[in-house]
Design a protein around this ligand. Sequence first.
Ligand code: FES
Length: 140
Amino acid sequence: MDRRDFIKSSCALCGVAVAGAALIESCKKPAPAPVVVNFTLDLTNSANSALNSVGGYVYSNNVIVARISSAVAAASFVALSEACTHAGCTVSYSGSSSHFVCPCHGGMFDTSGNVVSGPPPSALTKYKTTLSGNILSVNS
Ligand code: FES
């Protein structure tokens, strides 16, 4: 094997190694959903202003909280574990489809956290929401 062939085969091996590492990375087990959840969100705080509009959402404590309707009631908010059950990517909320969507492989969940389509093997964990004035509480 001459020097040129050695360099070519070495580069090919490096490519295989990089691709393998990327594959292993993409197949990581997702982090488990938080078991104990207990936090509040002040809806007057600018950090939570997205929750004042239908379709808006925020992340807190590994939970995604979304506004699904305009009524001023706890039922207008949904809180689910934010890590997709397939490979752990962070889901977002689509107000136009009323689904939680995963950007990695197209997983889709309904507002109860149930899998609607795609590869996720199980539902997202749903947490309780209660509203008292402008304070939204999220609890397991
Ligand atoms: Fe694969 Fe969410 S990580 S669908």
